[in-house]
Design a protein around this ligand. Structure first.
Ligand code: PAF
Length: 285
């Protein structure tokens, strides 16, 4: 596995792979790698791409400095995981290279309006501007590629797809299924911050999603049911929504069809999110 840290070397590596007729599969991460990330590396490998993973804890997407400082960092383990799961090139750019003006604000911001302001964006103002800005930069340095994202961050994929479309970027966005622990908890780097009792309470997120997947019913009943299940586990609910999977517009009760249920809850100060495809039906609970 090649390891790089400068934007110049990274740009050159990706360019030389394309020149040799290979497709670059970019997997952007913030490290603290787990099996969800490994599934993205493996998906890229399976597609025949040269797997280029990045690890960069992007301060611009944290609206809370405490959250940024607490974000888990496991560099030694990450190198091992990347190597074991087929990463060809691991890029760990420095903060100075990515955001040379930091902590002063960077003048250029990519802002995907509307869909960035709801759900995660409503509770974390500026979060998706930070995500879109850094992902735009990762795409700019990598050049034409496939880019792999996990569906746990469902809204992030919606935002990135819209950005790619609006800016006509030469990037194919590939979304990959959520990877869960055996007991249902969606894998997340933030799970490392949970105490064992908090982790047990966190199982309510996937339980709530499974419940509305099987009970169907109108969107308002699904929202209420998910909220109830989270609150029973003493979770501070940020949102429990059912939305159109492309526009993220909340579903109203006379709609019928496949929608996306998204949840966010805070447990002992740790924010967990999860989501699943659900089917809404009018008039049943
Ligand atoms: O999903 C993440 O880990 C981050 O939001 C990303 C896409 C690497 C951008 O910093």
């Amino acid at each position: 596995m090649e390891r790089l840290s400068t934007l110049g070397a990274w740009r050159e590596y990706a360019g030389s792979q394309r020149a040799a007729g290979r497709r670059v599969g970019l997997v952007p991460t913030m490290g603290a790698l787990h099996a969800g990330h490994s599934s993205l590396f493996e998906a890229a490998k399976q597609n025949g791409d040269v797997v280029l993973a990045t690890i960069f804890v992007n301060p611009r997407q944290f609206n809370d400095v405490g959250d940024l400082n607490a974000y888990p960092r496991t560099p030694q383990l990450d190198h091992h995981t990347a190597e074991q799961h087929g990463v060809d090139c691991l890029v760990e750019p420095t903060l100075a290279e990515m955001w040379p003006d930091y902590p002063a604000p960077t003048s250029t911001t990519v802002s995907v309006r509307g869909i960035s302001d709801t759900l995660e964006g409503a509770g974390r103002p500026g979060h998706f501007d930070g995500v879109a800005s850094v992902v735009a930069k990762l795409f700019a340095v990598t050049g034409p590629c496939r880019a792999y994202f996990g569906e746990k961050d469902f809204q992030q994929i919606v935002v990135v797809r819209q950005m790619v479309r609006d800016l006509a970027l030469d990037v194919e966005v590939v979304s990959c299924p959520i990877v869960r622990d055996g007991d249902g908890l969606a894998l997340s780097s933030r799970n490392l911050l949970l105490s064992p009792p908090a982790r047990t309470r966190g199982l309510a997120l996937s339980r709530a999603l499974r419940d509305v997947q099987s009970s169907r019913g109108p969107a308002s009943a699904q929202r209420a049911r998910m909220r109830q299940i989270l609150e029973e586990s003493d979770i501070d609910v940020a949102y429990a929504e059912v939305v159109d999977p492309v526009t993220l517009v909340p579903t109203v009760d006379d709609e019928v069809g496949e929608r996306r249920a998204l949840l966010a809850g805070i447990i002992d100060g740790v924010r967990l999110i999860d989501n699943a495809a659900v089917f809404v039906e009018a008039g049943r609970t």
